[in-house]
Design a protein around this ligand. Structure first.
Ligand code: 5GP
Length: 176
């Protein structure tokens, strides 16, 4: 039987402050324009909902789901779309909202896929970035926090669908 324990990495208030800063930065950059937030399911829902309520520009939101780690904590390197966007993004200003960039494979694939649909612009905001684990070159346009190479849960991020509801972000240790 698995016993899990966790250690707080980022608290609720620290996250809220950084989300407000990101929203201010994005609002200034997109001033006078409307942006379509593409929220990557499921992990980014909490971040996207907090971020969008802080934005001062008009926004729309759509959702996309891609294959991720499944029940493992290591990337398979295979990315596929499980749920596509509801409508066309042609000519729109797109901001992909992601929870975490790890190997970079998911966002590298997503960015290329969405660019082929001819948006007016496409940028990426991620709450967390683990640059130490990169397998492909990828730099998000906006990033909340760079974190060390640990598996984290909470604030939307899961392990086997658990822990998403935690208000803070925690490092998960698994003891077998
Ligand atoms: P990448 O393709 O960059 O390796 O991985 C991106 C996806 O892997 C994220 O959207 C997330 O679903 C998952 N992931 C990567 N690192 C972590 C982590 O530390 N914790 C959790 N819960 N998911 C992670």
């Amino acid at each position: 039987m698995k016993k899990s324990n966790r250690k707080l990495l980022l608290g609720e208030e620290e996250i809220a402050c950084r989300v407000a800063e990101l929203a201010a930065e994005i609002s200034a950059e997109y001033e006078g324009r409307k942006v379509l937030l593409v929220c990557v399911l499921k992990g980014a829902v909490v971040f996207a909902s907090d971020l969008m309520r802080r934005l001062k520009i008009p926004v729309e939101i759509d959702f996309i789901a891609v294959s991720s780690y499944g029940s493992d904590t290591a990337s398979s390197g295979v990315v596929r779309i499980l749920k596509d966007l509801d409508s066309s993004i042609q000519g729109k200003e797109i901001l992909i909202v992601e929870d975490i960039v790890d190997t970079g494979l998911t966002l590298d694939y997503l960015r290329k896929n969405l660019l082929s649909r001819k948006p007016k612009s496409l940028k990426v905001v991620t709450l967390l970035d683990k640059p130490a684990r990169r397998q492909v070159e990828f730099t998000p346009d906006y990033c909340g926090f760079e974190i060390p190479d640990h598996f984290v849960v909470g604030y939307g991020l899961d392990f086997n669908e658990d822990y998403r509801q935690l208000p803070g972000i925690h490092i998960l240790n698994l003891e077998f």
